[in-house]
Design a protein around this ligand. Structure first.
Ligand SMILES: Nc1ncnc2c1ncn2[C@@H]1O[C@H](COP(=O)(O)OP(=O)(O)OP(=O)(O)O)[C@@H](O)[C@H]1O
Ligand SMILES: [Mg+2]
Length: 254
């Protein structure tokens, strides 16, 4: 068999080492899906008979699955003759199989029927519900390799995504760190203070400040509600120092 050479972005190289659990997290367009798609095809070639399942939380049709990406990788790697692409599955070398499943349509029984499978690839795992995760595993991984990848780690970052990224940075600075840099979502879109806080961050106005022992410390309560759509209660702790209002702490969800 001719050797297959697949260029891999340095950020994903630790994931080429054997590990029971492999994960990549980060912002949009960092190459996570493409990397795992290639890894899947490579693994099926190297270990004939591999049984793999591609999982999403919601998969209303195969169009929402990783099937097309895997098909395109099979083609671009020039190994089409060794795979058989069927309507809902891909037959891999040595009678192996790649199937596609949505977790919301799964039950404990249907997951158990995957016993003997070698690989589970979960795409868009940030949307996975606690129920789905516990169906897949009971314990925390002890043998895991996890990398953080973002757009600047992707040597194939396309021009259209670069355009979109710049647009987001300009028009939606409050959601940019979450979408493109893979940071936790710190504010809901449209949250009243989100834009001001992001602006303060960009202007370097968020830093460590000492409590002035002479001045009073004030607490401002933003009372939430009990309904399911209500905000959590938040408390802002502040001091008025000269012309500045120094916010010392912000406690949410109390
Ligand atoms: N190995 C690769 N070979 C060729 N192109 C690639 C490769 N990796 C990434 N790209 C390019 O970068 C783009 C973004 O990659 P990909 O879709 O894998 O990112 P992602 O991290 O899964 O993004 P998202 O978080 O939005 O799902 C792809 O559409 C493709 O154009
Ligand atoms: Mg992806």
């Amino acid at each position: 068999m001719p050797t297959l050479r697949i260029p891999t972005a340095p950020v994903f190289r630790p994931l080429l080492e054997p590990a029971r659990y492999k994960g990549a997290y980060g912002g949009r367009g960092s190459g996570k899906s493409h990397f795992f798609g290639e890894l899947m095809v490579e693994r099926c070639l190297v270990s004939p008979g591999t049984l793999a399942v591609c999982i999403r939380e919601v998969q209303k049709s195969l169009l929402q699955s990783s099937k097309r990406l895997i098909e395109s990788k099979i083609q671009s790697l020039g190994v089409g003759a060794r795979f058989q692409v069927l309507h809902d599955r891909i037959v891999t070398p040595g009678d192996g199989l790649i199937i596609f499943q949505g977790m919301q349509d799964s039950t404990a029984e249907s997951i158990k029927s995957l016993e003997g499978f070698d690989i589970a690839w979960v795409e868009e795992a940030q949307t996975l519900s606690a129920r789905s995760l516990s169906l897949l595993r009971q314990k925390k991984p002890d043998n895991a390799v996890v990398v953080n990848a973002n757009w600047r780690d992707n040597p194939w970052f396309p021009a259209v995504l670069e355009e979109e990224r710049r647009l987001d940075l300009q028009l939606y600075p409050e959601r940019y760190p979450h979408v493109w840099e893979g940071e936790y979502a710190k504010a809901f879109e449209g949250a009243y203070f989100a834009r001001h806080l992001e602006q303060a961050r960009q202007e370097g106005r968020i830093c460590r400040v000492a409590v002035d022992p002479i001045l009073p410390v004030k607490a401002f309560f933003d009372i939430g509600g009990a309904g399911h759509s209500s905000d959590a209660m938040a408390i802002w702790i502040a001091q008025f120092v000269g012309r500045e209002i120094r916010l010392l702490d912000y406690i949410e969800g109390v």
